[in-house]
Design a binder for this molecule. Structure first.
Ligand code: 26W
Length: 836
């Protein structure tokens, strides 16, 4: 048959071998026009920067696409071991400027836009933040992705594509008001939908056990309500190395069959309602950074992420290896970002045993050799527990598997500690009591080969406190991985002026090897260099002021010579924003008393969101705003002191704040902040820390030396031993400054028309059972703030300290953190791209 022959011999056209997209200025201009005019249908009369920003993003995305494909092919060709970062949160922020930096085209694009009469900065700042996270944990996941791509590690991020991200915060009458963040309303040019890789996720129903001819029992999970998980991929470029990794976010969609059943039964309304239940799963990010008290939807989200991601990895595996899982653990590794995705441990067992017919033991060996768990908090209220009843209803097969895992675990524990019933009770994955609960942290530890904390002190406290029984049982599983931040976003991109000075002085090797910043240290002694450094900091402070003014956030006259004193993070009692406010009130009292000799002007900026249901945190926001109003309008104060609440703190806000910070407030009760990462961003930009010996502050102080860190407060050990006989009233009685501060607060000076408003806040710190022991650290904090002022009075000395802080921030790059994860846990080989 001649036609067949002809078809066979027809050369296959490659549709992926495209001509390279140019990176010359003209190429950007041509492509930009193409998208702006032809795709988006706009012209020069269009007023909104949104479309120009979208067009430019598409131009940049094109340049990532080719490399994305090559990266993918390289991983496949090399059949390399791969890692998966499972996280309920990825706080990515904006993408455009980061993508341009990592592609190395920022300067060229700036010029191209200039030629078109467009200001690049306007396009960059018109991009919405992808706010798919609460705070530290979510942003850490985003920094990790940047470092993995920069280190050319084959890592895929798996998360949820929430329709609504972290709420936007507005302040009305001093109070937080939440507005939904419908960030996808105008589309998202960075994501690619990949319907062809969808998976079905089961909920509800019941299980059946049957025995096959060989006497093996077989478990089936039937009569379930199914939901479709559809992946959306975002490219994650490494820093100027060609690698483009993937962040894959799942969206929940109603399945066809799900609707059909209902339609056939003639119940249209039920069908539509069921569709909603399915599509609700990825509707909204829970805006709580502590606990979510057994909300069913939250458990649905967790299982949806775990099941979709594991099915995805297994589908890829069986596509190549069929049903042979012997080398699966050798080739795959999952990092669980806190316990949130830890149901993955039971789900992997289910998929291997029920679907792929491995024996329980084979599956268990694979599971505990592929899962690794990171803990991010010691706060008891943040430890996840799910009621057994809820799990039995929503995920019946998973609950059976968890019981089975626990039964075997309990056997192991009792043979290690025979007759120790108390130990069994404490370690069990199932907490007994009025209602049985699944302790997700225990499941995570039992099912993983690695358990890590996120700073030295935190890991030590996990080992000696919260998880001490597990540490005694499996000491080899435990390890520390001190957090970091990506220096690309948090220095190179957000502070280009400082970055240029650094590069001009020591070269630009620091961008991918942050330890090189150490070479800056000798320049702290160079008066000329200090002058340049100071000028850059001063300009950054001025642009922060200008930015706030332009956004109508303040009408206040802010003094650019004042100390810019920043505390930006979630509002939480353990982070002690209240201690900061007590200090501000103390300064106000000093001004009112005329105690202003050698006064150092100060501008205190506090920003952060409170969980919508966290009453006390919301009161703290109100207090900050009320105190600000009184102080800022008092003519006696003038520009000696200002207090400002920064509303809607988020990733892009931090990018503006970092360069202009002088002082970084890291003042949590010792032992409560697992690590902190804002502390690292501020340090990297030359802010000096005033802080307690908590989280990574301890390691920051180790790096910069005690002279370059304002230390105060009780240590974790002192906190715990004082707790028993803590007597805040006696402390107040012996401290006149503190007495004055509390007196002013209690007099209603800051709530003249709202009597009693702050009573609960005040009594919380006067309570001998105050878990955060704010009053205990007051004196030492005030004294440390005094040392801050003395240091600031001597601008040469302050600048030296600032340079030394930046120079010693090398340890806090996520490149270092990720290298440690990789060398000690993941063991992935870097994958340089094959020359094409
Ligand atoms: C809704 C349940 C929930 C519970 C806990 C959501 C989020 C959490 C996280 C533990 C909150 C969090 O972001 N923790 C922070 O993680 C950072 C990265 O490791 C650390 O630097 C912070 O100290 C820690 O508070």
């Amino acid at each position: 048959m001649p036609t067949n022959k002809y078809v066979k011999s027809k050369p296959k056209l490659s549709i992926t071998n495209l001509p390279n997209k140019g990176i010359k200025k003209v190429d950007f201009i041509d492509d930009f026009k193409q998208y702006y005019v032809h795709l988006l249908g706009r012209d020069e009369n269009c007023r909104s920067p949104f479309y120009a920003s979208s067009a430019l993003s598409l131009v940049i995305r094109d340049r990532l696409m080719e490399h994305w494909n090559i990266t993918h092919q390289t991983y496949s060709k090399n059949d390399c071991r791969r890692g998966y970062y499972l996280s309920m949160e990825f706080l990515m922020g904006r993408t455009l400027s980061n993508a341009m930096l990592n592609l190395g085209v920022t300067d060229t694009v700036t010029k191209a836009m200039y030629d078109l009469g467009i200001e690049l900065e306007e396009l960059i700042s018109s991009e919405q933040d992808a706010g798919l996270g609460n705070g530290g944990l979510g942003r850490l996941a985003a920094c990790f992705l940047d470092s993995c791509a920069t280190l050319q590690l084959p890592i895929l991020g798996y998360g949820l594509r929430y329709e609504y991200g972290m709420f936007t915060q507005t302040i009305v009458n001093g109070e937080q008001v939440e507005k939904p963040d419908h960030w996808l309303r105008h589309g998202n040019v960075w994501e690619i939908e990949r319907l062809e890789y969808s998976h079905t996720i089961k909920f509800g129903g019941h299980t059946e056990t049957t025995t096959d001819d060989d006497g093996h029992s077989k478990h089936t999970w039937i009569e379930t309500s199914n939901v479709l998980a559809v992946p959306f991929d975002t490219p994650i470029p490494g820093y100027q190395n060609g690698t483009v990794n993937t962040l894959r976010l799942w969206k929940s969609v109603a399945t066809e069959e799900f609707n059909l059943d209902e339609f056939n039964a003639g119940d249209y309304a039920e069908a539509v309602a069921a569709k909603n239940t399915a599509e609700n799963i990825t509707m909204v990010l829970y805006p709580n950074d502590a606990n979510e008290n057994g909300k069913e939807l939250r458990l649905r989200q967790q299982y949806f992420l775990a099941s979709a991601s594991l099915q995805d990895v297994l589908a890829h595996w069986t596509g190549i290896h069929g049903n042979n899982f012997t080398r699966f653990a050798e080739k795959n590794c999952f990092q669980l970002n806190d316990t949130h995705p830890s149901i993955a441990i039971a789900e992997l067992m289910r998929l291997l045993v029920d679907i792929h017919h491995l024996s329980w033991n084979e599956a268990w060996i694979i599971t505990k050799n592929t899962m690794a768990y990171t803990n991010h908090t010691l706060l008891p209220e943040a430890l996840e527990r799910w009621s057994v009843k809820l799990m039995q209803r929503l995920l019946p097969r998973l609950m059976e598997i968890i019981f089975e895992i626990n039964a075997q675990f309990m056997t192991d524990v009792s043979s290690h500690w025979p007759g120790d019933g108390e130990r069994l009770r404490k370690m069990s994955i199932i907490e007994e009591g009025h209602e049985q609960q699944v302790r997700m942290a225990h499941l995570a530890i039992v099912g993983s080969f690695s358990v890590n904390g996120v700073a030295q002190l935190h890991t030590q406290l996990l080992q000696q406190g919260l998880f001490s029984d597990f540490y005694a049982f499996w000491p080899h599983k435990f390890n520390n991985k001190t957090n970091g931040v990506t220096p690309r976003r948090w220095l190179a991109a957000c502070n280009p002026e400082l970055a240029s000075l650094i590069s001009a002085t020591i070269g630009d090797g620091w961008i991918t090897d942050l330890s090189q910043l150490k070479k800056l240290e000798p320049y702290a002694e160079d008066a000329q260099f200090r002058k340049q450094w100071r000028a850059i900091k001063q300009a950054a402070k001025q642009s922060l002021i200008d930015y706030k003014k332009a956004n109508h956030e303040t009408e206040l006259h802010l003094n650019v010579d004042a100390i810019f004193d920043m505390q930006v993070k979630r509002i939480h009692e353990y982070k002690r924003q209240l201690l900061n406010v007590l200090h501000v009130i103390h300064l106000y009292n000093r001004i009112k008393k005329g105690d202003t000799e050698n006064w150092v002007a100060r501008c205190v900026l506090i920003g952060g969101k409170a969980a919508p249901g966290y009453r006390m945190a919301k009161k703290v926001i109100k207090l900050i705003n009320n105190v600000a109003q009184i102080i800022n309008s008092d003519p006696d104060v003038g520009d000696k002191l200002a207090l400002l609440f920064l509303s809607d703190y988020r990733v892009s806000a931090m990018e503006k704040i970092c360069p202009g910070a002088d002082l970084s407030e890291q003042i949590s009760t010792a032992g409560k902040e697992a690590s902190g990462t804002g502390n690292m961003k501020l340090m990297m930009n030359g802010a000096i820390t005033i802080g307690t010996l908590d989280g990574a502050n301890i390691e920051i102080r180790e790096e910069v030396g005690e002279k370059n860190f304002f230390l105060f407060g009780l240590t974790e050990e002192q906190i715990e031993s004082r707790r028993k006989h803590y007597n805040p009233l006696a402390i107040i009685d012996h401290d006149n400054d503190l007495k004055d501060v509390l007196h002013l607060l209690e007099s209603g000076h800051f709530n003249q028309f709202e009597p009693g408003l702050f009573d609960d806040v005040i009594s919380s710190i006067k309570n001998p059972h105050d878990p955060w022991m704010t009053i205990a650290d007051f004196r030492s904090y005030i004294d440390a703030q005094k040392r801050v002022e003395e240091a600031y009075l001597d601008q040469e000395r302050w600048t030296k300290m600032s340079i030394i802080n930046c120079a010693n921030s090398g340890k806090f790059s996520t490149d270092r953190t990720i290298n440690e994860y990789n060398n000690e846990i993941w063991k992935l080989k870097p994958q340089p791209l094959n020359p094409q």
